[in-house]
Design a protein around this ligand. Sequence first.
Ligand code: GDP
Ligand code: IMO
Ligand code: MG
Length: 463
Amino acid sequence: MSLTWSAKDHKNMSQPAAGTGQKRSRGDAGNKVTVVLGAQWGDEGKGKVVDLLATEADVVCRCQGGNNAGHTVVVDGKEYDFHLLPSGIINSKSTSLIGNGVVIHLPGLFEEGDKNEKKGLKGWEKRLIVSDRAHLVFDFHQVVDGLQETERQAQDGKNFGLCGSIGTTKKGIGPAYSSKASRTGLRVCDLLADFKDFSVRFKNLVRQHQAMYPALTVDVEDQLKKLKEYSERLRPMVRDGVYYMYEALHGSPKKILVEGANAALLDIDFGTYPFVTSSNCTVGGACTGLGIPPLNIGDVFGVSKAYTTRVGIGAFPTEQLNAVGELLQTRGHEVGVTTGRKRRCGWLDLVILRYAHMINGFTGIALTKLDILDVMDEIKVGVAYKVNGKRIPHFPANMDVLHKVEVEYETFPGWKTDTSAARKWNDLPAKAQNYIHFIENHIGVPIKWIGVGKSRECMIQMF
Ligand code: GDP
Ligand code: IMO
Ligand code: MG
């Protein structure tokens, strides 16, 4: 089978035998997939965890989101940023897959690959597979994202409450997923099939957006010329993602890793709506964004910082708008990888982590950035929310309620010791161990890794 996309290839791909009576039992589901997901509001250190696991992976996949993600990987002192490419592409022995659930901005994709190649990323284009079902983000989607933000900003302070700005990354994510949901979007397979048809549909899509946003100007011919050029560079990478995944799951044993982007509290269904992104960043997104049957999901690792951060707008119950928040921001270098915005900072919120676990069924937690807490005199952890003085038993759906909750905290003494050189559990001070045990017991999920620094080595593995 050729690596190059062509409709003819489909009939040569393996698939369940049709009409032969061959049945696959539910116990014979093939290889298990490991999924890494953000458990808070993003930027938990997913890139670092994926990089660690990717050293042994055969296939590393992105299932949702677009280049709104910003994942940092530090290898041999060199820092790589990934936005659309799976961070696992750093492992030169693995293949990377961008699944159907991802929205792809082609100029962004190539710019990112080329930039990382200059830093030392080798042969990424030959090791990248792109699903033909993935939707495209066009430049005008990004412009519309900006226009929508401006429109929403104009509502801010006018008592429109939740209609106010979201603080998006302006990468066109919301508008591209809107095109997908309204069934006018264009996919990779459309770009690579008949370019005349694609051009007609592209022009219609532009017209639709201009009808909604009269200020939107698009040089359609120039866009089409560029898209044609990108399509030729993209063509060798494109495959039917469903068949590729089926083969990976049912062929020879393969280690498959899914790298979640964004995070549980930014999930379009479960997050702090409407201050969320436009995809499912929880475990279901791995199934729908790659064509993985639920029975093939194996370990689901949730990534959480030892405190909490959030970029953009929206409720944040444990936010510390004081010296504590500033210390976390500066010590943690809490600046967005994609937008360069300062991240808002606060104490760890276990209500959120328990909620994220309910949805994702974590089998282990990676607790990152413990080292940032090394200088604290005391450390607080949010354990419950109260409304009108009464504990509420759940994470509220309504943002007005979330804005108003009062957080109940547990307070721990700080360990006031540098943990950055710790490489095993026993290297950690007893007070840090106590803090970690409390978190583990409260969420009810074992902590598998503890992060004490940026690089690969700075990760204590518990089991
Ligand atoms: P992601 O979006 O979840 O992949 O996370 P980001 O890359 O946006 O942000 C996490 C930041 O924390 C990056 O700068 C990482 O290099 C850094 N980081 C990850 N784990 C640790 C850790 O354990 N300690 C410290 N000090 N930094 C870490
Ligand atoms: P990673 O994968 C942190 C936030 C944006 C904004 C909201 C909607 O690096 O953890 P969008 O551009 O998606 O429409 O923005 O979601 N957001 C993130 N915040 N980390 C991310 O990804 C994010 N992806 C989106 O700041 O508030
Ligand atoms: Mg990030």
